[in-house]
Every structure is written in structure tokens, then in C-alpha cells.
Design a protein around this ligand. Structure first.
Ligand SMILES: Nc1ncnc2c1ncn2[C@@H]1O[C@H](COP(=O)(O)OP(=O)(O)OP(=O)(O)O)[C@@H](O)[C@H]1O
Ligand SMILES: [Mg+2]
Length: 243
């Protein structure tokens, strides 16, 4: 059982891109069940493309396996049904819809109505502010609240893996810290495996067990969050200081 948990999400020799634009050149990484894994790297490295490949939005070649199930070549819908929830860059919130409608959309794969109602309450537990804004159009919320809607919608899938693309984008530091605290609480309480792409390496390394640095479509460094934080090159390139 232990090995199976260590190899919960396996990516091996993954190639992906957009037509002639090849972006990922043989990416390999493994994420253990229940851990938070951070993906760091400069703009244009392919971080977003990696998450899109993991959720089936971009076709990949190679191996993507979740708990033994092969994900390569599957549609986004099928991947979602297998338990992978994606919170895209820019959040993918439906602005004209209300908060509640956005959250219910996250449960589109589910038939267990009673459990869906319970999960709505669970989401409000993590994000009490959303309960006060239920009938409000998502487009009228603050950036931080919209990110909460996006996260809440992903939770409504009861995901086994949560893919987060730059959750801090455009948010004030205080709001970002609060969001990361909630992501950590979700990881601990729901045992949800999290893969987070983040420009703010400090924050991501603060909640991650392992991290990988992606550069021009290749993993150039992998290790525990502590190792990555201690790496001088990473510190200079991504953490903004010399060690
Ligand atoms: N839809 C697309 N069609 C063609 N090329 C794309 C598309 N989306 C991204 N790319 C290209 O793929 C490369 C990797 O982009 P990607 O968005 O994955 O990088 P990223 O690491 O997420 O960058 P950022 O930190 O700026 O978000 C870039 O060169 C980008 O121009
Ligand atoms: Mg990106």
C-alpha cells in the first residue's frame, strides 16, 4: 500500500504543446497521496501547460497515471470524473452567474444530491464570506473572493487531486496568505492531494512537501521544499534574495 500512496500521481516523459509549439519536453515527477507539491519556474516555462496536460485540456504524450488509472488521451470531462479538479490561471469563474450557481457547477459530475448539499455547507465552512454572497454575481466580488469561488467550485467535485494555477495572481499579500492557509487546511482536513503552480515561491514552499522547478519545458530541479528553499540558485532566481 505504501508504494501505491507514494506513486499516487505519476508523470513520466510527458511531452505536450500547442500544435507546432512544443512546450513540455519530457517532464517526469511523482506526487504522493495527500501531499502538497509545488511547481516553480519563470514565465513561459510551461507550468500552466503542465497543469492543462494533467487535466486533459492539452493533449500529452507519455505517462500520466492517477492511482493506477491512465489519464493520457482522456477528455477533461473524464479526467474530472476520475477526481482531478483544475483551478485555472485567471480562475475560470463564470462572472454573470451567482456564487451559488458557480459552486453548484463544480458538482456537475455528481448524482449524490444530498452529499452535494452537505459539501456546499463544507465549502461555506472554509469560506464563510461566500455564504453571505450566495445570490451575488461572481463578477461583482473582489479578486480574493473570486479566487475563493474558484477554489470552492473545485472542492464541489470532491477532488482527489486539486490543480491550482497561480492562486495568488493579482491578490494583495494578506489575501494571498489567507488563501494559502485555506489550501493547507483543505489538504490537511480532506487529505486532498494538491499540485500548486505559484510565482510566489515563498508561499508555495511554505505549504509544500516537495517542489519541482520547471524551465523551458524541463524539470531542472526537484526536491523537498526545504532542499529547494536552501538551493542558492533557486533562492536567487525565484525567491529574490541571495543566501
Ligand atoms: N494556447 C496556446 N497556444 C500556443 N502557445 C501557447 C499557448 N499557451 C501557451 N503557449 C506557449 O507555451 C509556452 C509555455 O506557456 P505556459 O503558459 O505554460 O507558461 P507558464 O510557465 O505558465 O508561464 P507564466 O508564468 O507566464 O504563467 C509559452 O511559450 C507560451 O507562449
Ligand atoms: Mg502560467
Amino acid at each position: 500500500m505504501k508504494d501505491k500512496d507514494e506513486e499516487f500521481l505519476v508523470v513520466r516523459d510527458l511531452y505536450a504543446g500547442y500544435g507546432d509549439a512544443k512546450v513540455l519536453h519530457g517532464v517526469s515527477l511523482t506526487v504522493a497521496r495527500g501531499e502538497v507539491c509545488a511547481i516553480l519556474g519563470p514565465n513561459g516555462a510551461g507550468k500552466t501547460t503542465l497543469l492543462r496536460a494533467l487535466c486533459g485540456m492539452v493533449k500529452g504524450r507519455g505517462v500520466i497515471r492517477l492511482d493506477g488509472a491512465d489519464l493520457v488521451g482522456r477528455s477533461p470531462d473524464t479526467v474530472a470524473r476520475l477526481g482531478v479538479a483544475h483551478v485555472p490561471e485567471g480562475r475560470g469563474t463564470f462572472m454573470p452567474l451567482t456564487v451559488e450557481e458557480n459552486l453548484r457547477l463544480g458538482a456537475f459530475t455528481r448524482r449524490d444530491r444530498k452529499a452535494v448539499e452537505e459539501d456546499l455547507e463544507r465549502v461555506y465552512g472554509y469560506f464563510p464570506v461566500l455564504k453571505q454572497r450566495l445570490k451575488q454575481a461572481a463578477g461583482s466580488l473582489s479578486g480574493g473572493e473570486q479566487q475563493m469561488v474558484a477554489l470552492g467550485r473545485a472542492l464541489m467535485l470532491r477532488p482527489r487531486v486539486l490543480l491550482l494555477d497561480e492562486p495568488s495572481l493579482g491578490l494583495a499579500p494578506l489575501v494571498t496568505r489567507e488563501l494559502f492557509g485555506i489550501v493547507q487546511a483543505i489538504n490537511e482536513q480532506e487529505r486532498t492531494t494538491v499540485v500548486v503552480v505559484e510565482q510566489n515561491a515563498h508561499l508555495a514552499l511554505g505549504i509544500a512537501r516537495h517542489a519541482h522547478v520547471l524551465e523551458t519545458g524541463r524539470i531542472v530541479l526537484s526536491g523537498t521544499a526545504a532542499d529547494i528553499r536552501a538551493d542558492e540558485q533557486v533562492a536567487q532566481s525565484y525567491l529574490g534574495y541571495r543566501v
